[in-house]
Design a protein around this ligand. Structure first.
Ligand code: ADP
Ligand code: MG
Length: 210
């Protein structure tokens, strides 16, 4: 793991332009994100907030917009979401992407389960999931189905899932829109906590996680 260069911001976006047929969604947008900082992107409906975050996370791939995206001072061109995830960027969309019937472990570690001799090691997978769930303040049995949790708790599961992927820049699109006030407070406290921890999933990943 190379140390981040403190001289350059974690993220630098410059002169971002994105058009849909008949709509100029983004026109010359700039955004800097320093290491260890939290930003709120605010604007009326249709202002282009989601579009900017989709540009950043590879939902809108390089080539479908113009402008500069730099991570740690290096220009990046993400071809898809998997490519931005490899650079440590994770996006949680307004519509949560959990599988309700599956367990917390399966949702948090989907595709990253702990394996032994090529077989999923459920003991290790649940233990790893439990560690991630505790990070987001969820003291739940990892074998519980996601559908048993409140929407607020499900939002936390989404964050645990992002943390499982070496996330360095976490994007939440309208994360409180489906939450009540207590749940929103909890979410905002969690974001402050994560900043405090300066947490990188990679620091506690074991080598057997793929
Ligand atoms: N996939 C799309 N196809 C066509 N137009 C889109 C698409 N996504 C967003 N837009 C348009 O781009 C503009 C910005 O939308 P959006 O980024 O969703 O705004 P916000 O998230 O700030 O509410 C709006 O005019 C919206 O209708
Ligand atoms: Mg939006």
């Amino acid at each position: 793991m190379s140390a981040p260069n403190p001289a350059s911001p974690l993220l630098r976006m410059r002169d971002i332009r994105k058009e849909f047929p008949g709509v100029r969604a983004l026109d010359g947008v700039a955004l800097d994100v320093a290491h260890g900082s939290i930003h709120a992107l605010m604007g009326e409906n249709g202002a282009g907030k989601s579009t900017l975050m989709k540009v950043l996370s590879g939902v809108h791939p390089a080539g479908s917009f113009t402008g500069l995206v730099e991570v740690d001072g290096e220009p990046r061109a993400f071809s898809d979401v998997a490519a931005s995830e490899r650079a440590g960027i994770a996006i949680i969309h307004q519509e949560l992407a959990l599988v309700p019937q599956l367990s917390l472990s399966e949702n948090v570690l989907l595709g990253h389960e702990e394996t032994r001799y090529g077989v999923i090691d459920w003991g290790a997978t649940h233990a790893r999931a439990r560690e991630l769930l505790l990070r987001v303040g969820l003291d739940e049995n990892p074998a519980t189905a996601v559908s048993a949790l409140s929407i607020g708790a499900q939002q936390m599961v989404e964050i645990a899932k992002a943390l499982a992927k070496d996330v360095r820049l976490l994007i939440l699109d309208e994360p409180t829109s489906a939450l009540n006030e207590a749940e929103s407070d909890r979410l905002l406290d969690l974001l402050l906590d994560l900043r405090e921890q300066g947490w990188r999933a990679s620091s506690s990943r074991t080598s057997s996680v793929r």
